[in-house]
Design a protein around this ligand. Structure first.
Ligand code: GDP
Ligand code: MN
Length: 390
């Protein structure tokens, strides 16, 4: 789950991380008439799931109400492209109006998972502003890493070492160590995969404040975070959202071969096999263990919603599910859905012979393959013919 800045800010506050003030979050131009901001200048920030907004026109300062309204008029609904949006644009549908602060110092602090160390790592840097990725390449010695205990979080001595390393002045020493510990605590308790403050500032009036937030949490921990239900899914495309609703694991990809597979491991292997055969998958799709007629029908419908799809490769291993049951399901589903691209099916496992016979006798045009490799080659070949057969 990815949180936009103002949502991340709420999570920060819950864990006693001091943040710049938020005056309002505006979602439509109608709200502008009644918008009441008492303190100017104020900062107007596009709430999108991408960093680098500052350079892309998504962070503006308004000196007075008039200026604020003009900026908001332009920013709401604007398409924004930053170095993190991979050549695409994102529509700005929410804007936050926040307190203007005057930073004396900008720093970077984040906690993420270090897979090699098997524990959370706090990453900090005395220099803010610059992107951390750039800094890690150009000045790796400036990036400080502290490993935290996965249960206990950051120890006092570690927080103090960090404060010394960043030359935090003594008036803010306690605030700083507390903030570092709180960020680690947040990371653990919120099941985050990233909790980032960039920049963490010391203001001219001597406050330590997070003036940006980036929080990403691990979907696997959803069962203990029902509060995530309230957060809109801004990151998935429409087809992904629909698949999620009906319990199908679907991730859109850039290629043109639609895939239907049972089991995430086999799905990954199928993507690799397609790649090896010279093609590219249009999606990752795991129908799950109970691949019944309904799930298969839905999966076909989902795959065909993507206009890029020029061929479909079904790769099913009948383990607990028997191949003849799956084949019947496939035939039923194919009758319900107008599959207007070549369909390649590879079945393997329990009762495979019976399953293949059902497919062959169904009267539906199905290209059967004896192995995943054969299926992938055939799917790539048929897709290259632009979906036209013969
Ligand atoms: P990002 O570029 O998407 O990460 O957006 P940020 O929220 O980090 O804002 C980008 C930059 O705008 C920050 O690095 C700051 O330099 C600046 N900025 C953000 N808020 C304020 C503020 O309240 N006062 C001042 N002076 N600068 C700000
Ligand atoms: Mn930032």
């Amino acid at each position: 789950m990815k949180f936009v800045e103002y949502e991340g800010r709420e999570i920060f506050l819950k864990h006693n991380i001091p943040c710049g003030g938020c005056f309002a979050v505006v979602k439509s131009k109608e709200e502008l008439k009644e918008l009441n901001v008492k303190s100017f200048p104020c900062v107007i920030k596009a709430q999108v799931l991408a960093g680098g907004r500052g350079k892309a026109g998504g962070v503006k300062i308004a000196k007075n109400r008039q200026e604020m309204l003009e900026i908001l008029e332009k920013m709401l609904g604007m398409e924004i492209a930053t170095h993190q949006t991979a050549g695409k644009t994102i529509k700005v549908e929410e804007v936050m109006i926040s307190e203007f602060v005057q930073p004396e110092r900008e720093m970077y602090m984040a906690v993420t998972m270090d897979r090699k160390a098997g524990r959370p790592v706090l990453i900090a840097c005395a220099e803010g502003g610059m992107s951390i990725e750039e800094l890690a390449v150009k000045k790796p010695e400036a990036v400080i890493k502290v490993f935290a205990d996965p249960q206990e979080g950051l120890m006092d001595f570690q927080a103090r070492d960090l404060a010394y390393a960043l030359s935090i002045k003594k008036e803010l020493f306690c605030d700083f160590t507390l903030l570092a510990k709180n960020l680690c605590r947040l990371f653990i308790e919120e099941d985050a995969s990233l909790a980032e403050i960039n920049p963490l500032v010391i203001t001219k009036d001597g406050r330590l404040l997070a003036i940006d937030s980036k929080v990403i949490t691990d979907d696997n921990a959803y069962f203990r975070h029902k509060e995530w239900d309230k957060i809109p899914d801004r990151d998935s495309c429409d087809i992904e959202k629909e698949a999620k609703e009906i319990g199908i694991n679907y991730i859109a990809l850039d290629g043109d071969i639609g895939c239907m597979v049972n089991g995430a491991g086999l799905a990954m292997a199928t993507l690799d096999t397609i790649k090896l055969a010279g093609g590219d998958a249009a999606n990752f799709l795991d129908v799950g263990g109970g691949a019944n007629v309904e799930q298969i029908t839905r999966a076909f419908k989902i795959i065909l919603k993507d206009p890029k799809v020029k061929a479909i490769m079904v790769n099913i291993f009948g383990g607990i599910m028997k191949c003849d049951n799956i084949a019947s399901g496939l035939v039923e589903a194919a009758k319900n859905v107008n599959i207007n691209v070549p369909l390649v099916v590879r079945l393997e496992g329990t009762r495979v012979r019976e399953g293949k016979d059902i497919l062959a006798e169904s009267g539906i045009k199905i290209h059967q393959a004896d192995s995943a490799w054969e299926a992938a080659k055939l799917a790539v070949e048929l897709a290259a013919k632009n979906g036209r057969e013969g």
